[in-house]
Design a protein around this ligand. Sequence first.
Ligand code: SF4
Ligand code: SF4
Length: 56
Amino acid sequence: MAYVINDECISCGACAGECPVSAISEGDGKYVIDAATCIDCGNCSNVCPVGAPQAE
Ligand code: SF4
Ligand code: SF4
């Protein structure tokens, strides 16, 4: 299980600093989560202004 950032992402960067395992990085047009690193804590979803990170 991991969170996935959908296309609603506006690349604000707020989520990256809240991830305890540094699984989030800036991608092409949106931020992306490394599924192998994500521990499903939900921090990114909680801080995102547009609700882009979703539990898969
Ligand atoms: Fe990082 Fe938690 Fe979001 Fe996974 S759910 S990417 S561990 S902040
Ligand atoms: Fe994208 Fe939301 Fe992360 Fe901002 S907080 S970079 S909008 S996923």
